[in-house]
Design a protein around this ligand. Structure first.
Ligand code: FAD
Ligand code: NAP
Length: 312
């Protein structure tokens, strides 16, 4: 029986692991299906984490987290969790990919969020063949070429700036005239000569051949279509929370959820189910920032420590 199972190894899960093990829990496993680090590892730069003055890419930024957060005995199992359920004796069953399962006294869910699909024609067909949601991963393939970016939030604008350093030109397509991104980022984009703004516009279709994307048809405000001959399109249209593992066999969720699918928690990151906690991007009203996810993870671990102590 595990003392604590942590699901997800992003900033929230790693911080929860650090606080739980440093707080004295011996048998703590973090189930993370990939390498620990979370979605920030796909970011080209992070500059707003206090105490880290140097601007760095997300992968380098997260590197020391693993070493530090595992130092006090946190174990990482590289496997996907399929479902969490509660047992009659108040313990939890963690169903793992491949048919195995584990039991735990308490669980912290930190499964974060994942890029949303934009919903245009050709998006699924050409995903991985010219349609991408990660500029750091795929930007280099378009060195010296023209690309398009879709979205008007922080991610779209920051990644457009990153791509402008590699590509010959970036078309930034956004459905409104105003951007949602931070004013300082928006200003940098507007000042960048390599970025052309195409606002109040939507993607009608991404087309291509067996090799991949050949172009993007953009529907402009006046209804006309502009054809951009680009081999790559990066979409950054927001995030969906990853809450699937809380779904029970009867289709209901294990704990109370918000309408948008986020987990309802109180200030201690407790759900309405004793022993079940949620932290990071997955929880209600999450500001979707690394520092907030890390703070949530620490709070959830302290609450889990108190809960496990109360069982004795
Ligand atoms: P995540 O980072 O999403 O981590 C969740 C982890 O859970 C993932 O590693 C995933 O593999 C794992 N997981 C999910 N489901 C399962 C499962 N069933 N079984 C096992 N493992 C699972 N924030 C900032 O503060 N500053 C920035 O500059 C910034 N830039 C960003 C740029 C980009 C491109 C993106 C995408 C995000 C950016 N963010 C930034 C936001 C920040 O990355 C997130 O707020 C933060 O990573 C959330 O942490 P988390 O631990 O809650 O979730
Ligand atoms: P976001 O803030 O939700 O922005 C999504 C953008 O995509 C919006 O501009 C939206 O348009 C547009 N959009 C949504 N659906 C669309 C569709 N189907 N077709 C076309 N456009 C669509 O998402 P995000 O930029 O990924 O950011 C997510 C969170 O992480 C935010 O809280 C953000 O602040 C945070 N983040 C922070 C940093 C940072 O601190 N430096 C960096 C990255 C992300 P509308 O504007 O019209 O709604």
């Amino acid at each position: 029986m595990l003392d604590l199972a942590i699901i997800g190894g992003g900033p929230a899960g790693l911080s929860a692991g650090l606080y739980a093990t440093r707080g004295g829990l011996k048998n703590v496993v973090m189930f993370e299906k990939g390498m620990p680090g979370g979605q920030i590892t796909s970011s080209s730069e992070i500059e707003n984490y206090p105490g880290v003055a140097q601007v760095m890419d997300g992968m380098s930024f997260m590197e020391p987290w693993n070493e530090q957060c595992m130092r006090f005995g946190l174990k990482h199992e590289m496997i996907a969790v399929e479902q969490i359920s509660k047992n009659a004796d108040n313990t939890f069953t963690i169903k793992l990919e491949g048919g195995k399962s584990e039991q735990a006294k308490a669980v912290i869910v930190c499964t974060g969020s994942a890029p949303k699909k934009a919903g245009f024609k050709g998006e699924n067909e050409f995903f991985g063949k010219g349609v991408s949601t990660c500029a750091t991963c795929d930007g280099f393939f378009y060195k010296g070429k023209e690309v398009a970016v879709l979205g008007g939030g922080d991610t779209a604008l920051e990644e457009a700036l990153y791509l402008a350093n590699i590509c010959s030109k970036v078309y930034l397509i956004h459905r409104r005239a105003e951007f949602r991104a931070a004013p300082s980022t928006t200003e940098k984009v507007k000042q960048n000569a390599k970025i052309e703004l195409i606002t109040e516009a939507s993607i009608d279709e991404v087309y291509g051949d067996q090799k991949g994307v050949c172009g993007v048809k953009v529907k402009l405000k006046d209804g006309s279509i502009r054809d951009l001959n680009v081999p790559g399109i990066f979409t950054f249209v927001g995030l969906d929370v990853r809450n699937e593992i809380l779904k029970q066999d009867n289709g209901s969720f294990l704990c109370d959820m918000c309408e948008g699918g986020q987990v309802k928690v109180n200030l201690k990151m407790q759900t309405n189910i004793a022993g079940l906690f949620a932290a990071g991007d997955l929880r209600q009203d999450a500001p979707k920032q690394v520092i907030c996810a890390a703070g949530d993870g620490a709070i959830a671990a302290l609450s889990a420590l108190a809960y496990i102590e109360s069982l004795h």
